[in-house]
Design a protein around this ligand. Sequence first.
Ligand SMILES: [Zn+2]
Length: 382
Amino acid sequence: MNKMKKRQREDWDPLSMTQKLLSMDTSNPPGREEEEAKFLAGILQAGGFEVHLLPVAPGRPNLIAILKGKGDKLPLCFSGHLDTVPFDKSLWIRDPLAGVVEYGKVFGRGASDMKSGVAAMVVASLRLAALTDRSADIMMILSADQETGDNGTGFLVKHNGIPGRVGALILGEPTANYPMIGHKGMLWMKAVTRGVSAHASMPDKGENAIYKAARAVARLEDFTFDVTDPLMGSSTINIGTIEGGTALNMVPDRSVIGIDVRTVHGQANNVVFGRLQAFLGPDIEVRCIADAPSVRSDPDDRWIQEVYDVMAPILGERPVPRCVPYFTDASVLATALGDPPVVILGPGEAAMAHRVDEFCYVSKIEEAAEAYFEIGRRWLAK
Ligand SMILES: [Zn+2]
């Protein structure tokens, strides 16, 4: 190893890497993940990784990096997303791109969701690259366009951009370093009611699509699910939007209801879709607009238990099986990567995600980097 490479590896600590990533505005929309993806690709390449930038759209690359090991054991995969939700700078007390550190917290858009997680993964991976005799590959999948519905990873899967199966998958989404073993699925639908337009002064000549929608919405409040999961509870349904009508003085001929369902483990999204269509009846057309299955690993899996071993001294207690309510790229990646055990583990605070004055505790970023390194070291040692 030459001195140049060594210095590049050691220059980055988890906090300074987080601050560097915060300085690059990757608000989605519009995204602009290119600067961050290229920066990380350069660092990882200098650290011995083979890197691939696979654009979802112009200026919006996914980054895949692979550190080659020796044996035939499957790789360990770290994954995170490069984009953040947008911000209105005028509402923030501190500059959302400056990475200001105060009171043991680093502030910025993406501090929790999830530039701290990506930074800790990259720093840990560079440290793993310095180990000799690595018995497996390390894979990193850093996605563009996650915040609007896992689009970056969806694109990778659709266009055969996934390099192959992995043995275990860690997502660095915010969990305050608690290792979570799954999350609910998501099913977004639009239900369309149709009628016949007429002049509002003669409503009997038409058929009112908004009345139909209103009756459907009222019935949907009583829609129940037949599966519960001990860690995730019950599935939920929410009507988020309703649109319809073209003018106040017309009988509306069309209305659209936006339905968000969060499904639990053991409840297939397509089954829920079918039940909902049957519940609403043949007169209402239901369309699926986004579909991400739930993810849940077996808590007795050997690797999950090993992650618990690593996290117990850091957390001061042995973790117990828990899940997060939000969905992640794991919905898309797990199947494409051969259904490995999945852990969602990141330094950010879930409650800080998408908030004004978002922050992450600096100590948690350092602990996450230690944890990722130790989980990786054990993977590579066997
Ligand atoms: Zn996120």
